[in-house]
Design a protein around this ligand. Structure first.
Ligand SMILES: C[S@@+](CC[C@H](N)C(=O)[O-])C[C@H]1O[C@@H](n2cnc3c(N)ncnc32)[C@H](O)[C@@H]1O
Length: 445
């Protein structure tokens, strides 16, 4: 196991490099050799990689001022981003930050590039206020998000785009959901408060939710392995209660893995008739099964394509359907800063098209009088309001929206969307989510 500072920076830089070349954060971290680090070093390597990914667009604006080339080669840029993050936003002493990056550069890069790392980081320390001021002059530099996303947010949210972008750069809080079959929220708070350096915050209007501050590592959360709690953001916890599940109902969770909302539905109503948990991804379904087993819950797990019900639907219609659709995930950027680098402007239209097709495919499976909840962790109207508006427009008399649904969303979401509820990231410490509840009329005129 490696316990050196340069080994840690090497892993961080290779992780950033992997993401910049199109890998998601987790596989990039694994491929960067994260497991070979000692446990304390693993935490630091991941902290530095996430920080560099969060601030990378700003770092590029700083580097443009200090280097001749418009953009440094990818591996050099990744290591410099890790170095700048340490100098600008951590308490690591400057000399340790620079020397660990220079040592990592000697292992990772050509000798001339290692000298560049030294020169650039030292120049940043000398000229920092001027360089930072200049980086503030462009929106990409100031908010450290890709230009296409900034422009979309400006157009969609004229009064909120800056706060959405600022929220996207913050380190996320840790939200838990207690499993009522195993513990109560107050008794869990008592147990957790005594067992770690954190306090627990319990929102009055979201039963079962509890925020741990400061966030802890999963392995340190009391009772996690025994199924007392799940890790789930408050925004995601708003969805399942909106469906109003009752004993005996047949429920479809159509994009279920890794099972956060499946488990929440089962916790809300242990006497459901049946919960079919469907997903097209076998690896993610394995995680769903492990999560349900940890919590002592069970569902009818099916692998299949929600767009092709003929493959898996047995013909018995559902009382409730949850469609937690694949989306741009632009509401959860603070948790997954790799999204800033992986998503492209041109991805949004295919997501919106897929979401519409999923709604069209699943609607016939709903009983008359039944309800479908459309849920996405996006803040882009193409994937939220527009999807619902199109669907309702094409299904006049065959589908209607349930307004004022559930009550609880009102305290969290602002009345911003024409349809459904849009929760913007950062509000009440939650991620960004959108929910719309649709009902199939009992009698179709
Ligand atoms: C937003 S995630 C679901 C998160 C999950 N509901 C939870 O709360 O943990 C979307 C899921 O949709 C699945 N998916 C994407 N396209 C699908 C399709 N055509 N049919 C079924 N599942 C699909 C993905 O594999 C992914 O697991």
């Amino acid at each position: 196991m490696s316990g050196t500072g340069s080994g840690t920076r090497r892993v961080s830089a290779l992780t950033v490099y992997g993401v910049l070349r199109g890998r998601s954060y987790r596989p990039a971290l694994e491929e960067a050799g994260y497991r070979a680090l000692a446990p304390a070093r693993q935490a630091l390597a991941s902290e530095l990689a996430l920080g560099a990914l969060r601030w990378h667009q700003r770092h590029i604006k700083l580097l443009e001022q200090m280097m001749d080339r418009p953009r440094p080669p990818a591996k050099l840029g990744a290591l410099l981003s890790v170095g700048l993050f340490q100098l600008a936003r951590t308490r690591i002493p400057d000399h340790a930050a620079v020397s660990s990056c220079v040592s990592a550069a000697k292992a990772l890069l050509r000798p001339a590039q290692a000298r560049t790392v030294n020169a650039v980081l030292r120049r940043y320390l000398r000229e920092r206020p001027r360089l930072e001021d200049a980086a503030d002059q462009s929106l990409e530099g100031r908010y450290s998000h890709p230009g296409w996303l900034i422009r979309r947010l400006q157009a969609a949210w004229p009064g909120h785009w800056q706060s959405i972008l600022r929220a996207g750069n913050r380190k996320p809080p840790m939200w838990l959901r207690v499993n009522p079959a195993r513990t109560g929220r107050e008794s869990y708070r008592a147990q957790a408060t005594g067992s770690g350096p954190w306090r627990c915050i319990l929102p009055d209007d979201l039963p079962g939710a509890l925020r741990i501050d400061p966030p802890g590592a999963v392995g340190l959360i009391p009772g996690f392995g025994e199924g007392l709690v799940s890790i789930q953001d408050a925004g995601a916890q708003l969805a399942a209660p909106l469906l109003g599940v009752r004993p005996g109902m047949r429920v479809l969770d159509a994009c279920a893995a890794p099972g956060g909302k499946t488990a929440h539905l089962l916790e809300l109503c242990p006497q459901l008739g049946e919960l079919v948990a469907l997903d097209s991804d076998g690896d993610r379904l394995a995680r769903l099964e492990a999560n349900l087993a940890r919590l002592g819950l069970s569902a009818a797990v099916r692998r299949g394509d929600a767009l092709r019900p003929a493959q898996w639907f047995d013909g018995v219609a559902f009382d409730r359907i949850l469609l937690d659709a694949p989306c741009s995930t632009t509401g959860v950027i603070r948790r997954h800063p790799d999204i800033k680098h992986l998503r492209r402007d041109e991805d949004i239209a295919p997501f919106a098209s897929l979401q519409g097709r999923l709604l069209d495919a699943l609607w016939p499976l709903l009983k008359p009088g039944g309800r479908l909840l459309y849920s996405v962790c996006s803040v882009l109207p193409d994937e939220t309001d527009d999807v619902i508006r199109r669907f309702l427009g094409e299904n006049r008399g065959l589908a209607c929206e349930v307004r004022g649904c559930g009550g609880v969303s009102g305290g969290w979401a602002l009345p911003l969307a024409r349809h459904g509820y849009q929760l913007l990231p950062g509000r009440r410490c939650a991620d960004g989510h959108f929910n719309a509840l649709l009902e199939k009329p009992l009698q179709i005129d």
